[in-house]
Design a protein around this ligand. Structure first.
Ligand code: HEM
Length: 484
């Protein structure tokens, strides 16, 4: 279970923190294409929109190729969009996770919690080893009944909308579902999301914090004290609210006779199997926030995109539903083992995550001086941002029509025929997503239940638009339901 990222051993001394512009780590930047219309002092801002940095970068990748750079207000970033270079960056003997940009901006909220910890911080390994068993097959089977329960709440609410002939707000409802699922399975806490008209204040504070973290990437440092003054204040209030909520959840558990052996019990009671060390109260607070945020925002987007594509592709929906009917039969509720048997539905989910990986980029840094793609020298600590959305559209890996939605791309034969490291919605290596199986089980289960119960119809003039706030979400997606 002990999977120390090699960065600690290979690098010896920790790498410097703080933003490192590409000039510092890439001695031959001149070999990396950049937009032609660079504005002095300001950078590559022509056509840039602070609300859509990812989609702007996707357009640049389409123009500039598998590796390119982009500069804004003195900060230069190297982006990797091509499958070959991304595969190289996935080599854990040469590269590791880089905590930078958006992830580093979350440090005030999540500190050395699992997602935001620097590779060399001892709490990463400690928490990883203590929490990984919380995602074992047995643990997942234990969460299944609670997941069913929350899905039941969603369907009760959708039944009401259906009876009233009202469309449902998919991202809002998926967010309620996934927040309740992680908070109840992981921490025994019920936010009561389905009893509320408006999002729970925890969600509002979390969305505020994510949006703020993204904004800090694109606002010039010299102007941030002016432009973000109001936002800084709101952000401090959001963080205080998140901390307060989490402290209450932890205090309630400490005051009880112990919980059901969930993630919170592991955090509070389990010591490291080899060193006997425990997580500190401050670190537990960071981990709870990390899991409540990382454990719902991305899954909620994944479910929303999958529902969008299902509604837009009736033939795919029919095939997926046939499978649910066949595999689940007339069982009132599916058993744990029956969820992973929905192979076709899982392909639908994978294909949605290919087109819109809801954590759309991840950063990798060099463990030692090296050369990327045989052409681009990198000094130790130099880093690049892998644009997962473009990796997932590289025609060399995905064929000539990567924009088309086609779950058949994920048949076992098709997967085997592709090179490794071309599908990375959950990141890569030692720092890849710890909650992958949790997310896939939850999402497949919920999609299966919804397909079994409803026909889904899109709004006639809906065109997919993307909201970016570090994670991705289909904007304004509403679906009309009919009970089967
Ligand atoms: C579809 C849903 C999800 C997606 C697309 C996703 C994606 C990712 C990605 C790309 C990373 C790596 C980030 C990086 O390299 O900087 C990551 C890490 C992580 N994810 Fe997820 N995730 C999902 C669901 C979940 C769930 C359900 C949980 C918890 C229950 C979770 C908890 C975490 C944690 C704690 C990390 C940090 C792991 C580490 O560094 O040790 N995620 N996720």
């Amino acid at each position: 279970m002990t999977t120390t990222p090699q960065v600690t051993q290979a690098a010896g001394t920790p790498l410097p923190r703080g933003f490192r512009s590409a000039e510092q780590g890439w001695p031959r930047l001149d070999r990396i294409p950049r937009p032609s219309r660079r504005v002095p002092f300001i950078g590559d801002v022509v056509g840039a929109n602070v609300r859509s940095p990812l989609q702007d970068s996707m357009k640049l990748a389409a123009e500039l190729g598998p590796i390119f750079r982009r500069k804004g207000f003195g900060k230069e970033i190297v982006f990797v969009a091509g499958a070959d270079l991304a595969a190289e960056l996935a080599d854990e003997s040469r590269f590791a996770k880089h905590v930078g940009l958006g992830v580093a901006n979350l440090r005030p909220m999540a500190g050395d919690g699992l997602f935001t910890a620097y590779n060399h911080e001892p709490n990463w390994q400690l928490a990883h080893d203590i929490l990984a068993p919380g995602f074992s097959r047995d643990a997942m089977a234990g969460y299944h009944p609670l997941m069913l329960d929350v899905a039941g709440q969603l369907m009760a609410s959708w039944d009401t909308s259906e009876a009233a002939g009202k469309p449902v707000d998919v991202p809002a409802d998926m967010t309620k579902l996934t927040l309740e699922t992680i908070s109840r399975t992981g921490f025994g806490h019920d936010f009561g999301s389905f009893e509320r008209e408006r999002p729970h204040p925890f969600v509002t504070a979390m969305v505020g914090a994510l949006t703020f973290a993204q904004r800090r990437n694109v606002v010039p440092p010299l102007l941030s004290s002016v432009l973000l003054r109001g936002a800084e204040k709101r952000n401090a209030a959001d963080r205080a609210y998140l901390n307060h909520t989490v402290d209450e959840v932890v205090a309630a558990r400490r005051a009880s006779d112990g919980g059901p052996g969930d993630l919170l019990d592991r955090m509070l009671e389990v010591s490291h199997p080899e060193t006997g060390e425990r997580l500190s109260p401050e670190n537990i607070r960071r981990q709870v926030i990390t899991f409540l945020v990382a454990g719902h925002e991305t899954t909620s987007g994944a479910l929303s995109f999958a529902l969008h594509y299902l509604a837009q592709h009736p033939e795919v929906l029919a095939k997926a539903r046939d499978e649910v009917d066949r595999v689940w039969g007339d069982a009132d509720v599916p058993a744990y083992e029956q969820v992973a048997k929905l192979r076709y539905l899982r392909r639908v989910l994978d294909e949605s995550l290919r087109l819109w990986p809801t954590a759309p980029a991840f950063a990798r840094e060099a463990l030692a001086d090296t050369t990327l793609g045989g052409t681009h020298p990198m000094r130790r600590g130099a880093w690049a941002l892998v644009l997962t959305t473009m990796l997932h559209r590289d025609t060399a890996a995905w064929g000539e029509d990567p924009e088309s939605f086609d779950p058949e791309r994920f048949t076992p034969q098709a997967v085997r025929a592709r090179p490794a490291h071309v599908f990375k919605p959950f990141g890569t290596g030692a720092r890849a997503c710890i909650g992958r199986q949790f997310a896939l089980h939850e999402a497949t289960l919920v999609l299966g239940l919804l397909l079994r119960r409803y026909d889904l119809r899109p709004e006639p003039d809906y065109r997919l638009a993307i909201t970016e706030r570090l994670t991705l979400m289909p904007r304004g997606l509403r679906l009309h339901l009919t009970r089967r």
